[in-house]
Design a protein around this ligand. Sequence first.
Ligand code: HEC
Length: 105
Amino acid sequence: MKLLKFAAFTMFISLAFGFSSCRKGSTGNGKAEGVEVYKKHCRLCHGVDGTLGLSGAADLSRSALSPEDTRRVIESGRRTMQAFGGVLSEEEIRAVTDYVISLRK
Ligand code: HEC
């Protein structure tokens, strides 16, 4: 029983450290986290899982665009979706492209 508690404790510690080092990596030093970019700039229209479709936003979970075209829509915009080329860095666009592709079912 003691051993089990110890194991759980060690796991908790390593998880806590894992998360904190992850955070450090994503703040301020230009390293982009796709999920953070998405929450900040995309969730409003596309929703947490990409299916919200506010003001006609495409359902990202059913998108059939190639990774290259996906990146292009994000960078240059399309109809009511604004271009993010001037808002996000090259790396942030790449990260959020990977993230929205990961939302597909
Ligand atoms: C103001 C609302 C709005 C925001 C914010 C927004 N989008 Fe969109 N998005 C749209 C709309 C509307 C469309 C459909 C455009 C069309 O019909 O041509 C779209 C389409 C897309 C598509 C094309 C999907 C497909 O299969 O055709 C992708 C990819 C996409 N958005 C990703 C993003 C990402 C990533 C962000 C954040 C960086 C984002 N969007 C932010 C409204 C938005």
